[in-house]
Design a binder for this molecule. Structure first.
Ligand SMILES: [Zn+2]
Length: 233
């Protein structure tokens, strides 16, 4: 019998339990979260390289991923990278194939955190195909990466302002601040696709402002800088 940690009261409970005997947390119905939390317990105990605990964390996070909770694998991916920088070890390479497989499944499912990992996981040769396929399925993360690829040439994608604009228009309407910044800049300066239109530039600038938060605060800062640099225009 394996013991897992109850995410609610942190007491140890049987993996097979229907509910936590201490607090009644629905263990059986929340397997992904339970497995993720159990892996995290071992991961947080690691203060210096410890293969045994890393394996334990990975064991539970793999089970969490099988239950649609990818947070552990995302952490493991970055964690093992940090560890391999600090401690010479084969851990990352050994797990890389498996982790990559789950990251792809995570991206397919639209898992938010995975969007940062796909850049690192995909080779430039297949980034375009993968991102286009996922975009056609309506995966917003993939659309965002593809739009950035077409506008900035990231992921090894050749710059194509026409394609970038089409994607950013859709994503900006959907509330994506990065795309709203792209449109604000495009309307402010004019591009081969978008005619200069200050009114529309300010419209998207206001949208970025109303959406600003910690993660996307830089979008509004960039927008303000652009306007401030052109005050005498
Ligand atoms: Zn409990």
């Amino acid at each position: 019998m394996s013991l897992v940690e109850c995410p609610e009261c942190t007491k140890e409970v049987s993996e097979k339990a229907k509910q936590c005997i201490q607090c009644g947390y629905p263990i059986e119905d929340e397997k992904g979260a339970v497995y993720y939390g159990t892996g995290l317990k071992y991961f947080n105990e690691i203060t210096e390289f410890n293969q045994e605990k890393l394996d334990l964390a990975f064991y539970w996070w793999r089970k969490a991923a099988e239950n649609n909770d990818y947070r552990g694998l995302v952490r493991m991916y970055w964690g093992t990278r940090e560890f391999t920088c600090q401690f010479p070890s084969k851990t990352y390479d050994e797990h890389r194939e498996f982790i990559d497989k789950w990251i792809k499944i995570g991206v397919d499912s639209g898992n938010h955190e995975c969007k940062y990992l796909i850049i690192d996981t995909l080779s430039p040769e297949n980034a375009l195909d993968t991102l286009e396929n996922l975009s056609k399925k309506g995966n917003k993360n993939a659309m965002g990466l593809l739009a950035t690829g077409y506008s900035h040439g990231s992921c090894g994608i050749t710059i194509d302002i026409k394609k970038a604009t089409a994607l950013h228009l859709e994503l900006a309407e959907d509330g994506n601040p990065v795309s709203q910044l792209f449109l604000a800049e495009s309307y402010y300066r004019g591009t081969e696709v978008i005619a200069l239109d200050e009114k529309k530039a300010f419209y998207w600038g206001e949208k970025i402002h109303s959406n600003k938060n910690d993660t996307y605060g830089y979008c509004f800062a960039d927008y303000q800088e652009m306007v401030n640099n052109n005050k005498d225009r």
